[in-house]
Design a protein around this ligand. Structure first.
Ligand SMILES: [Zn+2]
Length: 620
């Protein structure tokens, strides 16, 4: 609505200077001093020692001074990956000049009584035996050539004193380098942590590291790569150049780096990744980097965007460190979905490789995945958000849904609306910056906050309210054509038999299993109208046997499943609670959606401008 645009400009542009001051997290110049004279806070020094003669774990020593006689120490429950490393704490004991006693009071909680409030607590993290490689990149490990230590898997915090600063001293084998987001000190083996959050959110990559650096906006960035013993050579210059270009585009989008420095902690022989305040732990095997870095850049872009969109712009429910299970967040559709959206877009802006050649092809693939799983229209993005972190598999019954995918598509449709309503003058980029300015401090965001920001940026509050009610708060199938039409596009959807490269129908293997803490593997149905669902199988059924073969665990079930061919008779013995059942069915193929986005007939000039701006990924 062009007549509203002057209002929009005055709301967004005129108060920019005052906004900059108003949004500063610091209220007063004394807030910017890192340590303050506060006798109410304990004085904490952590020492972490790795002994090259025994790499089965490492020792942590915590010196506490100026504390109450009784303190409680706890290990953090991470909202996303709670690995419960309290299970691997060994031999915790306390000593002090006037005596000290330590006792475990709960799984992740210890009590230390030390008259005078001075004690030294020692414990060892005995690392669990390494599973089959690759290893998860966010968990600690040790090898003769280095490893990863520190973070939430290693350091206990003092309950009730999470704002107490601490120093961290590392005692490592000779020649090991250190790469961490923790602020350095003049002593190369001593680091500083201004709070328990920073302490436990800053894992430490150590060992024989390859290391590179670059600056963006004057801010130092470091790329450290821990290479395994048989690392395959790859183009390291292209890797670092790619990350530097990604950084440049992200800083351009969000306006500035939100950190003093940033460290990419890359690890050979590992998979997966976890975002942190000013670092990322990212597993990327060197042979994969040598073969094709596309997947690496996709993952790096996702985690790096989280630096702003999750670690700074946090869901309202997110809080300080805690040993208790964190509250569920309704906003993960935004935190994960918009992160997906910008990971893809920033790679394109940076000229880095992507899986799909164009934004249109990328959107076609997203819509096809959305339509392929009925859970996406049966549950709202908010309700899927609530079960995304910290739930056991199967929380959606006989359905599954990806909050990453749902959020990315919702974000895409919001972008079309913003572009259309403002005739291309505003985009989702503006919405993200408004949210960061408004909610990246103490207050986290809610869906209502996002809705308000979108409504302000597009000056279309009523339409935005309807959109959020219908597609974010409640479960409704996304009406792609209605919003694609704003860019003069439409989605042509056909359903075709799923076939292999030779054109033969493939069996419906869309069924999964996981291993609960006891008993046989537990089934996950995600498509009630698929072959498995129609046969009467349900999520939560325990698998006793398939065609007479008893799977040892979920991966054993996967192996049996993968042998099945169209036309096979499948006989499954199952239990569900006390009820035992035998189910027989014949394996069949299935249909999957094919999506082609085309130009709609009769679209006007305005729609063409929206389309061209979006296709080129313009914004900022
Ligand atoms: Zn993520």
């Amino acid at each position: 609505m062009p007549r509203l645009r002057p209002v929009l400009f005055s709301a967004l542009v005129l108060p920019a200077a005052s906004l900059v001051q108003a949004q500063s997290p610091l209220q007063h110049w004394t807030d910017a001093i890192e340590l303050r004279y506060a006798l109410s806070q304990p004085v904490l020094t952590y020492s972490l020692q790795v002994d090259s003669a025994d790499l089965s774990g490492y020792t942590v020593e915590l010196r506490i001074r100026n504390a109450p006689d009784t303190v409680r120490l706890a290990m953090v429950a991470h909202p996303e990956y709670d690995d419960r490393y309290w299970r691997y704490v060994e031999g915790l004991e306390a000593s002090g000049p006037r005596g000290a006693v330590a006792a475990r009071v709960d799984s992740a909680l210890w009590r230390v009584v030390a008259p005078g409030g001075q004690s030294t607590v020692r414990y060892r993290i005995h690392l669990p035996p390494p599973g089959t490689p690759p290893r998860a990149a966010w968990r600690p490990f040790l090898s003769p050539a280095g490893g990863m230590v520190g973070g939430a898997h290693s350091f206990m915090y003092v309950v009730g004193a999470t704002l107490a600063p601490a120093h961290v001293i590392l005692d490592l084998p000779a020649g090991w380098a250190i790469a961490t987001g923790l602020p350095p000190t003049p002593d190369p083996s001593t680091f500083f942590a201004p709070s328990a959050f920073v302490l436990t959110d800053s894992p430490i990559l150590v060992g024989r590291l390859r290391s590179w650096s670059y600056r963006e906006d004057g801010v130092p960035h470091r790329v450290a790569y821990w290479m395994g013993p048989d690392a395959v050579p790859f183009d390291t210059a292209a890797l670092v150049d790619g990350l530097a270009r990604l950084t440049h585009e992200a800083v351009g989008l969000f306006g500035r780096p939100p950190y003093a420095d940033y460290t990419f902690q890359l690890q050979d022989l590992a998979f997966g990744a976890l975002e942190h305040l000013n670092s990322v732990s990212l597993g990327v095997p060197s042979d994969r980097l040598a073969r094709d870095p596309t997947g690496f850049f996709a993952e790096a872009a996702h985690e790096y965007v989280h630096t702003w969109n999750l670690m700074r712009l946090r869901p309202a429910e997110a809080g300080d460190v805690d040993y208790r299970p964190p509250p569920r967040s309704r906003g993960l559709w935004w935190s994960e979905g918009i992160t997906m959206y910008y990971a893809d877009l920033l790679l394109r802006r940076a000229g880095l490789p992507t899986f799909e050649p164009t934004r249109v092809a990328h959107l076609e693939s997203l819509i096809a995945r959305y339509l392929a799983s009925p859970g996406h229209s049966r549950f709202s993005p908010e309700s899927v958000s609530v079960v995304t972190y910290g739930s056991l598999p199967g929380a959606l019954g006989d359905y599954s849904a990806s909050v990453h995918l749902m959020g990315e598509l919702v974000g895409t449709l919001i972008d079309f609306q913003v572009r259309y309503q403002t005739d291309g003058h505003r985009t989702l980029d503006d919405v993200v910056r408004v949210l960061l300015a408004r909610y990246s401090g103490r207050r986290g965001f809610t869906t209502t906050g996002v809705e308000r920001a979108v409504g302000e940026v597009c000056a279309c509050r009523a339409g935005t309210r309807r959109f959020f009610d219908r597609y974010v708060r409640h479960a409704n199938p996304l009406d792609f054509d209605r919003y694609l039409a704003l860019a003069g596009l439409r989605a042509n959807v056909t359903w075709a038999r799923a076939v292999d490269d030779a054109g033969h129908p493939v069996p419906d293997l869309r069924v999964f299993a996981w291993d609960p803490s006891d008993g046989p593997p537990s089934l996950l149905i995600n498509h009630p109208a698929g072959v498995w669902g129609k046969a009467g199988l349900h999520t939560g059924d325990r698998i006793l046997s398939v065609n007479g073969v008893r799977p040892a665990d979920a991966s054993g079930f996967r192996e049996i499943r993968n042998q099945l061919a169209v036309g096979d008779t499948v006989r499954m013995e199952l239990t569900h609670g006390a009820r035992a059942r035998t189910i027989r069915f014949v394996m069949a193929g299935y249909d999957r959606p094919v999506v082609r986005i085309e130009e709609a007939t009769g679209a006007g000039e305005r729609e063409r401008r929206v389309r061209e701006g979006w296709v080129r990924g313009e914004g900022r």
